[in-house]
Design a protein around this ligand. Sequence first.
Ligand code: SDX
Length: 430
Amino acid sequence: MADRKVDLILPGDEGMELPLQSPTLGNDVINIQNLSGKGYFTYDPGFVSTASCESTITYIDGAEGVLLYRGYPIEQLAEHSDFAEVSYLLMNGELPNVQQKQEFQDKLNNHTLVHEQMRNFFNGFRRDAHPMAIMCGVVGALSSFYHDSLDVNDPTCRETAAFRLIAKMPTIAAMCYKYSIGLPFMYPQNSMGYAENFLNMMYATPTETTTPNPVLANAMDKIFILHADHEQNASTSTVRLAGSTGANPFACISAGIAALWGPAHGGANEAALNMLMEIGDVSRVGQFIKRAKDKNDPFRLMGFGHRVYKNYDPRAKVMRETCHQVLEEVGLKDDPIFKLALELERIALEDDYFVEKKLYPNVDYYSGITLSAIGIPSAMFTVIFALARTVGWVSHWLEMMSSPELRIGRPRQLYTGSPCRDYIPMKKRT
Ligand code: SDX
């Protein structure tokens, strides 16, 4: 497309032309990189109107409720694909053929174990430590075991670190759970699929060989697909910013895990289930809706609303169907919490406040009920989110590190502090 520009009128009749860049999909982008040279910054707390980078991985249309991984709709991937194939797609940009998929799976299988000394690392945590605290520490500590894949400027090292992270997250996540209940760690079984292997490490014991329920393993795999990536969300932006300094990939992913933990982000699935448990009964829904609408009350309807989606989160639709299938399979189809969630959703979506502010259920609203029905304790919900999102974080890290535009991320500010002033000796201070 011909060079498009916008004219910016600046004070004193000075003006400047700014390039207008066209996306494949979505909003045009005004390139403001030269604005600082004219003595101006833009101001955008929360980056509501800011494109931090160029990316080809994931596209979200918040108005229409569309989510594409490398152009493929999330609904189609959830129905037809599996997490290993989606991981290949996110990392490489195309769906794999049979040979490529097998080679990818073989590479993952080479890295599912963690160093045996890693087991000692857990002993430093209290048994009741939140598993996200353990994940932050253990994943960051991986960099101390893999000195051969820390050269972030070497593409081969980057790929090895990527496979190590994706392959080891299920093992580490399951170790967090086993450690919390005092049961022995289980080793990964490379004969199993990614989600099946995770559930086996979570629930098998050395005394009994069990095979995970295929319906639950399939549901877990679908949950991993739904959470795999989501454009430049807070935790992915954290990984990109950390990676832009040249920090090693294990440290970057640990930073992403820390950012995801917040209840406004990946911690919302745990918060949403806790909220539903607190509401307890449909008769109490009204008072909680009232609190959610009260500006003076910090309470928010967890699992509702989204910075980008101003329509139904397409992942929430798939998650609600998956939730229903899991509840059927485990004999909880009349689960009162699920029924409460459906009723709360119905009431909220008919309420003017939520309609006007375009607040719809997001991916976290039904994921907690689903994970709970599978047998996952609520403290592990965000760990599952981090496990799945690792492939997204890694894919964005790989994209950034191979970009010719790579430079350290360094935002500026609107400074409203004190003007320059001289030091005051203590004896002159009042
Ligand atoms: C995830 O970014 C991503 O892509 C994230 C994610 C991913 O996959 O990476 O999709 C995962 O984080 C999903 C979101 C999970 N979080 C929650 O469910 C927590 C509850 N939701 C809210 O905290 C909130 O909706 C956010 C944080 C998700 C979005 O915050 P925004 O975009 O900053 O929205 P806002 O705070 O500006 O809200 C706009 C208005 C406000 O009212 P006004 O000031 O305009 O009067 O809507 C209100 C808010 O008070 N509002 C809510 C609400 N969410 C927004 N009111 C009640 N309950 C809510 N849940």
